[in-house]
Design a protein around this ligand. Structure first.
Ligand SMILES: [Zn+2]
Length: 529
């Protein structure tokens, strides 16, 4: 029974028996009441024990004792009740239309994802949001406008400057995407064709963000030897455009670059002091995931896959590509720090989940030659994981005042169409891993800090109104978990394992997941305000 309907029944009943004082005693007024949980509200303030009541899609009460009963009552004693997690750098759109249940996310308390990261989004934000609205997915989905996508549509895949007319058209497309509800703009400057955008072009494309107080989210041009230049460029773009800056998956890649983190922090802090609203996110793992072609220099990929293979066929360019690629592989510590995640060619399926150096050696092949041949067999489309990061730096990035959690992962499931390849475990584990490993086990963060970094802080970067904190009137996006048992299970060998320790996940007031069972899909398409 819905609230309004109930109230009219209750009023009639009370009038009939003539005892108005009894109206409301034991009445069922709310859809859901979470009883006796430890509320960690996302703001960063200390936890407290309370009931939390949900009416329709909003939080109706947070109080020591909510008298009214709920259609559904959930015993949360001993458990943490937190805002649903907001993942502002997600690749969940890769599987969402094949499997809208997003079980790997729902089962770790994620209630909102923002897709269109790394410069790559749907060309039409309006169409994407319309399709999501009719789906609907199990969680809320918003999107960035991908600046690489915009460049590809207007300029193409070549490494050349945009003409004045092309630049004007790209700006128009960004403005249109923001008007249609994009929550920011993303770049992927290690990917083609996004990498061909010079600084001035990025500034021009980010200017429309300023008026809406949205941020430029960047997968920077480099995350290893030229990391500091890339930080400077990111700050210059945000400053030039007058918008906020979100450095995506901040890292110092390759042991020889681990010592740069102090300088990275110093430059971002100086930028903040000078008025640039700079922040960053990070997934809680020491390995990254990308395309195998990213081991190859950007210039070799100019113009798209056929031209990449043509340069590998040309003796003059092939030697240079080999030298630069081997240097990149040395930077991350050798071929066995490269793990293959996904292929399309049937004959390469055995490589999924394997370390490239060992796998090539077992076949009597040179790792470089094997890699090139495998890319040819798969039309250039092979996924990889690279192990090259520092635990100490990861912890410092998570702990930093302006560091927040984002998965950079996909929406996977243990069965069905969202079980694909051998992906990075971050998709199904990031948020549980922060709570289990970095809060409980390693004590890098307090629970209150960690929840803030998974909820209100990322929500503020995309200006999500009424999500990311537990307060009366906010949307009822809620995660309930046991702080003593929460942990990720997905790993690099078997990433298709759900996190554990989660009791319930509520999305827009609907119970999406509880006690191991999946229920309604109540997610929405999120538009910028
Ligand atoms: Zn990225």
């Amino acid at each position: 029974m819905k609230r309004r309907q109930f109230l009219s029944h209750a009023a009639a009943g009370a009038a009939a028996i003539g005892v108005p004082g009894l109206v409301g005693v034991g009445r069922r007024e709310h859809e859901v009441v979470l009883r006796g949980g430890t509320i960690v509200d996302g703001s960063g303030r200390p936890r407290f024990v309370a009931d939390l009541a949900i009416t329709r899609d909003r939080i109706a009460a947070i109080a020591p004792r909510v008298a009214e009963r709920g259609d559904r009552e959930i015993d949360c004693r001993g458990l943490v009740v937190a805002p649903g997690f907001v993942d502002i750098h997600s690749h969940g759109d890769g599987t969402l239309f094949d499997d809208p249940n997003a079980e790997g996310l729902i089962r770790q308390g994620v209630t909102t994802i923002v897709v269109g990261a790394d410069g790559s989004s749907r060309a039409s934000v309006r169409d994407l949001l319309a399709h999501l609205a009719v789906l609907p997915p199990a969680l809320n989905v918003g999107t960035m406008i991908g600046l690489g996508t915009v460049r590809g549509a207007v300029v193409g895949n070549d490494d050349r400057a945009a003409s004045r007319a092309e630049l004007a058209e790209m700006v128009r497309r960004v403005e249109e995407a923001l008007a249609d509800g994009a929550l920011g703009a993303s770049s992927g400057l290690e990917y083609t064709p996004g990498a061909f955008a010079p600084r001035d072009e990025l500034i021009a494309l980010c200017r429309p963000l300023a008026a809406r107080r949205l941020a430029y989210h960047t997968h920077m041009r480099n995350e290893d030897d030229r990391l500091l230049d890339a930080i400077d460029e990111s700050i210059a773009v945000a400053r030039g455009a007058g918008c906020g800056l979100q450095v995506a998956h901040l890292k110092t890649q390759g042991p020889r670059n681990w010592g740069k983190l102090d300088t990275v922090f110093a430059r971002l802090e100086a930028a903040r002091a000078a008025g640039v609203d700079a922040a960053f996110d990070r997934y809680p793992y020491l390995a990254y995931q990308t395309a195998l072609t990213n081991l190859f220099p950007v210039w070799s990929r100019d113009g798209g896959t056929p031209r990449f293979f043509a340069r590998l066929d040309d003796a003059a360019t092939a030697a240079r590509i080999r030298t630069e690629t081997l240097d990149k592989v040395a930077l991350i510590g050798g071929w066995d720090n490269v793990q293959i995640t996904s292929v399309s060619a049937a004959e390469d399926k055995a490589a999924e989940g394997r370390r490239l150096g060992t796998f090539a050696a077992e076949r009597g092949s040179d790792a470089y030659e094997f890699t090139v041949a495998m890319l040819r067999r798969n039309s250039g489309s092979v996924g990889m994981i690279g192990f090259a990061m520092s635990e100490e730096n990861l912890e410092r990035i998570l702990r930093h005042e302006w560091g927040m959690v984002a998965s950079d992962g996909g929406a996977f499931a243990t069965s069905g169409p969202a079980r694909r390849g051998v992906p990075h475990p971050r998709g199904s584990g990031s948020f549980a891993r922060v709570l289990g490993r970095y809060v409980r086990e390693r004590k890098v963060l307090t629970l209150e800090q960690a929840i803030h970094k998974c909820t209100a802080l990322p929500a503020s970067r995309i200006r999500l109104a009424d999500r990311g904190t537990l307060r009366v009137g906010a949307y009822a996006d809620v995660a309930v978990f046991d702080p003593d048992t929460v942990i990720d299970r997905a790993d690099f060998t078997d990433p298709f394992q759900y996190a554990v320790g989660f009791k319930a996940t509520i999305v827009n007031g609907g119970v999406s997941f509880a006690d191991g069972e999946r229920f309604a899909r109540t997610g929405r398409a999120l538009r910028g305000s």
